[in-house]
Design a protein around this ligand. Sequence first.
Ligand code: NAD
Ligand code: IPM
Ligand code: MN
Length: 352
Amino acid sequence: GGTVKLAVIPGDGIGPEVVGEALKVLGAVTAGGDTVFEQTPFSLGAARYLETGDVLTDGDLDAIKEHDAILLGAVGGVPGDPRLAGANIERGLLLKLRFELDHYVNLRPSVLHPGVVSPLANPGEVDFIVVREGTEGPYVGNGGAIRVGTPAEVANEVSVNTAYGVERVVRYAFAAANARPRKKLTLVHKTNVLVFAGSLWKRTVDAVASEYSDVTVDYLHVDAATIFLVTDPARFDVIVTDNLFGDILTDLAGAISGGIGLAASGNINPDGRFPSMFEPVHGSAPDIAGKGIADPTAAILSVALLLDHLGLAEASAKVSRAVAADIAERGGATRTTSEVGDAIAARIGALD
Ligand code: NAD
Ligand code: IPM
Ligand code: MN
């Protein structure tokens, strides 16, 4: 019961289109229930920047922090738009939210639903989660350049890995693995080349493993992990990895499990000190924006993750079941964004 204060950031491009459908489904699953979602829309993104010159003000951030959770569509303008040259919406908005709200777990599940045609000839059973570190690695912006524009230019991007930051995400991944039937955890890194960070990650995994005797642990270099994601994705259960490897692996994971239009994610602050943020893995897709053809399923499945995070397991399961049923029957049909949202919302109404 009670009230959930939900910050909604539709964003740019297809963001508002898919968020509209996600909210439709949220409305359907909470209708008549005793939990009320009080929504606050936040106009943030490239469009807002072009209008006002602001990316994310302190006031925006403070207001967002007052919420219990965040639903985000996608942010980012058309790549190459000269008017955005002076701003970096991705860093200044999306990553700033992940860092300021301490979203140290970026949870990205991959499930090949029955009915989905995988680009792989023999995918086997695909059902794994990637626990991507969300607040460190090369994403911290600890870089710099000198002699820019000259033949002597040097550009550095430094990957930051702290014992504190690695341990907390590794602990989350072990707990997640322990709660799944197969109880398997794969550390993905590049310990043969990135020796300092690799050593910290490896030692941390080994240390925490001693507390989880039921969890099977293995290790793959990130390049080899891309091979197995294509040749034998069924070998994965829980993958734990750093921010950048996790970014790359989860687009691949999306592709092998039915496409980026199905891939959902949660940026989680497990401590509960700050609101967690749920969003599709995909971006603003300027190439199809405004046409009403974006697949809203990833955004809708992000609502399922959001509900689960808030402890509303039953509502979350209803959304997942309605999506699975829709996917099982969609075949090659071409539907508009709102037709998909309507169909899934209608299925929720029809569940038990
Ligand atoms: P993208 O994910 O927006 O698009 C890649 C391809 O996937 C495009 O062909 C697009 O049409 C297709 N696609 C994406 N979502 C789809 C959906 N729901 N249904 C059907 N097709 C879909 O990636 P990009 O083109 O590299 O980036 C576009 C912009 O989005 C950039 O500004 C980028 O920085 C930003 N971006 C934002 C986020 C985010 O907000 N979380 C994530 C990734 C990229
Ligand atoms: C993602 C996106 C972001 C990332 C970008 C837009 C900053 O690609 O959510 O996967 O790299 O994390
Ligand atoms: Mn990405």
